[in-house]
Ligand binder design. Structure first.
Ligand SMILES: *[C@@H]1O[C@H](CO)[C@@H](O)[C@H](O)[C@H]1NC(C)=O
Ligand SMILES: *[C@@H]1O[C@H](CO)[C@@H](O)[C@H](O)[C@H]1NC(C)=O
Length: 511
């Protein structure tokens, strides 16, 4: 009995020691960073910053020490006497946390207090004296370069350089004639002519299905609230497929959400990732931040199978179902909807219930297979902590050129003939598979977060504007796309830059 007791105490004591060494968060040594600490210059629909937990020996945690932080965001507001925000904390389970918050009023003296056990974390409290505006406020910075710098945007993107190199000096009147004569086929094509002039947005759409114009409207309006955009005009393709064949001797400029190796369309971030940027903590639940904070299982807890859910938008997706049935020990794949191959429903169905995207990451391997064009889930798959297997494809999104097979994902052949082999490779090379999954996640964290999506659009439109050789003119009959209405009380903003500008004009007059 005594012996047993002493063994018990020994074990308990050792555990305590281990905890004492490894498991105590040192609030002072934690690291806090990210755009959400600079809300006065980086306006986002949902602001976000990161906390990296560190123990008293200065060693970062690689596992979650539990959700132990409390964050309070307060401030003052001249207009509404309220400075309300909504905040949540996402545990990335790798020792780091995402804090994100949404602002509802223009605030001053914003104070971000981060506490752990009643002690301030890192340099908390973070105090931002100047005015901080919510996303809906119209308060554009005048100077584009200054804004770009202060917003923390990259200065170049390979895909933008690649896409725009075909266009040096563009006579847009000519482009307009050509595009409308070639693509104004209302039944098959949906395109919009967009104009930004004096920071106001105008458009003319052609085609039967132009609902997706809302995505383009929203990003242009969002940008123009943040920075005065250069005058610019372009055609935007609202359909899935890119339109400009690379065999064309004189390619026309067309902005599309998906590119391909045999077309020359100018690629924008997809409407999907753009919407999840603009509706983060709003209408959209799956976004590049939420996907990082809602994963239940760590690498070793995940099921060693390749997971896939989706609709029947491409023949290889049916093939995947066949392969999965032949190898149930390697795959869990099913159709959630039939639309393109309804007559095959019996063979490849029944359609299965929707599975929450966050649940995909209960599985170690994720299959990314084209839909009608590139599968727009790819960024979210990269941001999770599973290994992505990607079908070889001519289709790409704005960031694919920065990715490398075997570094960020495992490639498999377009016809899926080596898919089983690749899953077996991953199972047999667990450590490497884990490294590739981690590299993908790092890439997503560094390149595909809301700030990056805003920056990419801004730089693309700026670079494009430089190529237009004629002044931009609003055409008769174009629709003005207004900013969301300003009359409701929570939308009061009183932008300080508008007053500043009036003053600076005065000074000039007096000189
Ligand atoms: C631009 O294109 C229009 C329409 O084709 C043409 O009338 C005009 O002369 C062109 N301008 C220049 C500077 O080439
Ligand atoms: C496939 O995955 C779903 C969702 O995780 C699960 O409910 C189902 O039981 C799995 N099927 C098999 C055969 O493991």
């Amino acid at each position: 009995m005594y012996l047993l007791k002493s063994i018990f105490f020994n074990i308990a004591f050792t555990l305590m020691l281990l905890e004492g060494i490894n498991c105590e968060v040192d609030p002072q040594k934690c690291v806090v960073w990210g755009p959400g600490l600079h809300p006065e210059r980086i306006v986002l629909p949902a602001r976000y910053f990161f906390i990296s937990t560190v123990d008293s020996n200065g060693v970062p945690f690689s596992k979650s020490p539990g959700n132990i932080f409390s964050v309070h965001i307060t401030g003052t507001s001249k207009l509404s006497n309220k400075c309300s925000t909504w905040m949540n904390i996402l545990d990335r389970k790798d020792g780091t946390f995402i804090v994100r918050y949404k602002m509802y009023h223009a605030c001053e003296n914003l104070k971000i207090q981060i506490k752990y056990n009643k002690m301030d974390v890192a340099d908390s409290p973070y105090v931002i004296p100047g005015p901080v505006y919510p996303e809906h406020c119209y308060c554009p910075e005048k100077n584009f370069e200054n804004w770009q710098e202060s917003y923390g945007c990259k200065r170049k993107y390979r895909q933008i350089e690649e896409d725009l190199k075909h266009f040096t000096s563009v006579n847009f009147s000519f482009v307009q004639e050509m595009v409308l004569s070639k693509f104004n086929n209302p039944r098959s094509t949906s395109i919009c002519h967009y104009i930004v002039r004096e920071n106001k947005v105008f458009r003319n759409c052609y085609g039967q299905h132009v609902g997706f114009k809302m995505f383009m409207d929203e990003i242009l309006l969002s940008l123009s609230r943040k920075v005065e955009l250069p005058d610019v005009e372009m055609f935007v393709n609202l359909g899935d497929w890119p339109l400009i064949k690379n065999s064309d001797a004189n390619p026309l400029p067309m902005f599309s959400w998906c590119g391909s190796d045999d077309t020359l369309d100018i690629v924008m971030p997809t409407y999907d990732i753009t919407e999840s940027t603009l509706e983060c903590m709003g209408r959209v639940t799956l976004d590049m931040l939420s996907v990082q904070g809602n994963i239940d299982k760590s690498w070793n807890e995940k099921l060693e199978k390749a997971f896939w859910r989706g609709r029947d938008s491409r023949i290889e997706r049916l093939k995947l179902i066949e392969i999965a049935r032949e190898h149930p020990e390697l795959f869990n794949a099913s159709m959630t909807n039939f639309f393109f191959f309804r007559e095959e429903m019996e063979k490849y169905g029944p359609k299965e219930q929707h599975v929450s995207f966050f649940k995909f990451f209960d599985y170690k391997y994720q299959v990314n297979i084209d839909g009608t064009v590139a599968a727009y889930r790819f960024p979210y798959l990269l941001a999770g902590d599973s290994l992505v297997l990607k079908q070889e494809s001519k289709y790409y999104e704005h960031f694919y050129k920065e990715l490398e097979p075997w570094k960020h994902y495992i490639p498999f052949k377009r016809d899926l003939s080596d898919l089983v082999e690749q899953v077996l490779w991953a199972k047999g090379n667990d450590e490497k598979a884990k490294q590739i999954a981690a590299a993908a996640q790092t890439f997503a964290r560094e390149n595909l977060l809301p700030q990056d999506i805003i920056c990419y659009h801004a730089l693309l439109f700026k670079e494009w504007s430089k190529r237009l050789s004629e002044p931009v003119k609003i055409l008769d009959g174009m629709d003005h796309v207004p900013q969301p209405s300003k009359d409701s009380p929570h939308k009061q903003c009183s932008c300080h830059r508008q007053f500043q500008n009036i003053n600076s004009h005065k000074e000039k007059d007096e000189l």
